[in-house]
Structure formats: C-alpha cells, structure tokens
Design a binder for this molecule. Structure first.
Ligand SMILES: C[S@@+](CC[C@H](N)C(=O)[O-])C[C@H]1O[C@@H](n2cnc3c(N)ncnc32)[C@H](O)[C@@H]1O
Length: 295
C-alpha cells in the first residue's frame, strides 16, 4: 500500500503544538498518519501518542504502513470518533498536553474510497459517503427520505449552495434514477446554470451531504468542548479546517475562551499554507490552522 495523503501545514501545525518529549498527545484524525508520525518523532520513550480515526480503512492502513513505529511502544492507534475524546483519554489514564485535529477527508478517502462515493469525480460509485462503516444513514438514504424542502435546506445550510432548492426539486422529481455519483453530478450539471468558474458545480452539494451523513459539525462542537476540558494547563489544541462552516465554529470557540480568560490564541488570526505548499498540494489551498493555549 502506498501513502496517498500529503499532510497539510505539517511544520506549522507540529510547531504550534510545542511538543514536550515526555508528554501525552492526541491526534484526532490519523488519516494516512503524516501528522501522527511527525508528532511521534518528537517524543521520547516516556511520551505517548494516541491517534484516532473513525474510518477502519485508515486504522488498517497505518498499522500496515508503519510497522516499526507501531511496535515501538509509545503509539496507540484506535478506531473512534473524536467526539468521544474524553472517554478515549480516560482509557489511557493521562491528560493530553496537546491535541491535533486535521478536519475533513483524506486524499485516500477521495482516491481509494472503497466504493463510498466521496468524490464527485468517481461516477460509478454509489452515493454512500459514510466515513465510519458503523454509521447507519448513507447519502442516498438522505436523498430518498428527506422531503424536498428539507433537502433544499440541507444544500443551502451545509453547502451554501445558491441553487439549493432548484437542485432539491429536481432530485426528488428524478429520485428513482439517482443511484450513483454520476447520476447526481449529471443532474446537477443540467440544473445549475453554467458559470465561468473552474469549480465543479457538484462540489457544494457533495460537501453538504458529507457533512450531514457524518454529523461533522456536531462532532466538531463536541470535540472542542471535551478537548478543552481534558487538556492540561498550558496545553494546546491545534485545528486545521477546510471550509467556512467548520472554521467559524473553531474561531468562535477559541475567541470565546480567549474572551473569558480561559485560553489564549497562539496566532492573532490563523496560519494559511504558503504559495509553495498550495502549488505542490492544491488540496491545501483552503486550509486554516488555529491554535488555542489553555490557561
Ligand atoms: C484530512 S484527514 C487527516 C490526514 C492526516 N492528518 C495525515 O496527515 O494523513 C482527516 C481524517 O480524519 C478522519 N475523521 C474525520 N472526522 C472524524 C471524526 N469525527 N472522528 C475520527 N476521525 C475523523 C477521517 O476519516 C480522515 O481519515
């Protein structure tokens, strides 16, 4: 197996954690392990890293790809949703000095999805979009079950899609013909007026469906609360977000903690990728890194 995902803002995010070699760290989003392995390099034998991912394929990949690191004794890998970070830390019996969350999908999930249809470019895949194989409701279930207005609201709220209600209306009208990614992207092409943009018109609809299928925004709010609670004093939470909905939640939470005197922002605003990084890894383009220090 090859590594597919290129870690975003790698140096910046690792520096932001100010890693102390004997301490306990949690990487909430293992993915292909790029950030985890970098954290591990900074730890001594007494230091400990717990890496979580709710996608079993990510867990299996890391265990196979990093045999040496996995057996050295200070890296624990666990299939879990990061919203349960408090329980995960309790099982370890230590409070973390730093927490990293690199939100969204990995390039592996987009390019080697195990038939889950995360990418609007994979026309033949089914409309599933569950990152965690144990979740019950797929993207296709949402299209089937939600009434037209609710589906429109979903595209409007979570995709910030201008033609949300028009798309919802046409989906419901043609629901029996929509099974695959290609069925949905072709419908969207027909419904959304051609605009002078290099962005695929399906992008926002796919984002909205993925957010709701995986309950991404609620998970984020919960992991923020629990992370802050379990973090040691002077410990740091660093979060990399990729779209405005998730960044707004992180930003508001961090500013609130700074306002109440319970936390301090490491950066006045956020850190973005350099032009070089964006050129080498276009998927990094919209990334924003924010860090909060617990006081
Ligand atoms: C952008 S990738 C992380 C990439 C990783 N930092 C690397 O360098 O390879 C995001 C990962 O987070 C996982 N993920 C997303 N939401 C999660 C959640 N609520 N709980 C646990 N893992 C989650 C995804 O399955 C995906 O593997």
């Amino acid at each position: 197996m090859n590594k597919i995902h290129i870690p975003v803002l790698l140096k910046e995010s690792i520096d932001s954690l100010n890693i102390q070699k004997d301490e306990f760290y949690i990487d909430c989003t293992l993915g292909d392990g790029g950030h985890s392995v970098e954290i591990l390099k900074n730890l001594s034998k007494d230091g400990l890293l717990l890496s979580l991912d709710h996608d079993q394929y990510a867990i299996d990949f890391a265990k196979e790809y990093y045999p040496k690191e996995v057996t050295q004794g200070n890296w624990m890998i666990k299939k879990a949703n990061f919203k349960d970070i408090k329980t995960c830390a309790k099982e370890v019996g230590r409070n973390p000095k730093g927490i990293l969350i690199d939100l969204g999908l990995s390039s592996r999930q987009l390019e080697d999805s195990h038939n889950r249809g995360f990418s609007y470019q994979e026309a033949d895949e089914p409309l599933d979009m569950r990152m965690d194989q144990d979740l019950g409701v797929s993207a296709k279930d949402l299209l089937n079950v939600l009434p037209e207005k609710e589906l429109g609201n979903l595209f409007h709220t979570y995709g910030e899609e201008k033609y949300a209600y028009r798309i919802a209306k046409n989906i419901k009208k043609n629901i029996s013909d929509i099974n695959t990614v290609g069925d949905l992207t072709r419908l969207i092409y027909k419904v959304v007026p051609a605009v002078n943009s290099n962005k695929n018109p399906s992008r926002r609809v796919f984002q909205a469906l993925r957010i709701v299928v995986n309950d991404e925004l609620n998970n984020l709010s919960k992991v923020l609360d629990e992370s802050f609670e379990i973090l040691q004093k002077e410990g740091r939470i660093s979060i990399i977000s990729f779209h405005s909905l998730e960044d707004r939640i992180v930003k508001n939470y961090f500013f609130e903690k700074q306002g109440s005197g319970e936390g301090e922002l490491l950066f006045k605003s956020h850190i973005a990728p350099t032009d070089d990084e964006k050129e080498q890894n276009p998927r990094s383009a919209s990334a924003k890194l924010r860090t909060l220090i617990k006081k």
